[in-house]
Design a protein around this ligand. Structure first.
Ligand code: DGP
Length: 118
C-alpha cells in the first residue's frame, strides 16, 4: 500500500500516532478531529496516501465511492438524523493544512451557509 512515512494521517492510519477512532476498514480510518468545529467533527481518511482531490486518478474511483457512501452511515451512527455537512479542502487556496486527502464530516450544531471565510 502506498503510504508516506512523513505524513501525520498515514501514521494515524497505521496506529503509529494516537487518535480517537470511530470506524475503520481495509480502505479507510475515521477519527475525531483534534480541533472540532462542531459537536460532531470526524475525518474520513483513506489508508493510502493521496495528497488531495487534485491528485485523484481513475484508480481511486472505487475508494472515493466507498468514502462517499460511508458518510451517511457514519452520520446516522453519530446521531445526525436531521443532516450533516461534508467538507474537502484542496490545496493551500482551499485551506488544506494536512496534505493527505480527507473528508470532514460535521454536524450536531447550528451550521449555516457554506461556511466560507475570506
Ligand atoms: P484541513 O484544513 O482540511 O487540512 O484540515 C485538517 C484537519 O486535521 C484540521 O481540522 C485539524 C485536524 N488535525 C490535524 N492534525 C491532527 C491530528 O494529529 N489528529 C487529529 N485527530 N486531527 C488532526
Amino acid at each position: 500500500m502506498s503510504t508516506d512515512s512523513n505524513c501525520i494521517f498515514c501514521k494515524i492510519a497505521a496506529g503509529e500516532l494516537p487518535s480517537t477512532q470511530v470506524y475503520s476498514d481495509e480502505h479507510v480510518v475515521v477519527f475525531k478531529d483534534i480541533s472540532p468545529k462542531a459537536p460532531v467533527h470526524l475525518l474520513v481518511v483513506p489508508r493510502i496516501h493521496v495528497v488531495s482531490l487534485a491528485e485523484l486518478t481513475s484508480e481511486h474511483d472505487a475508494l472515493m465511492a466507498h468514502m462517499m457512501r460511508l458518510l451517511p452511515k457514519l452520520a446516522e451512527e453519530q446521531g445526525l438524523t436531521d443532516g450533516f455537512r461534508t467538507v474537502i479542502n484542496t490545496g493551500v487556496g482551499g485551506g488544506q493544512v494536512v496534505f493527505h486527502l480527507h473528508i470532514h464530516l460535521l454536524g450536531g450544531g447550528e451550521l449555516h451557509g457554506a461556511g466560507f471565510v475570506g
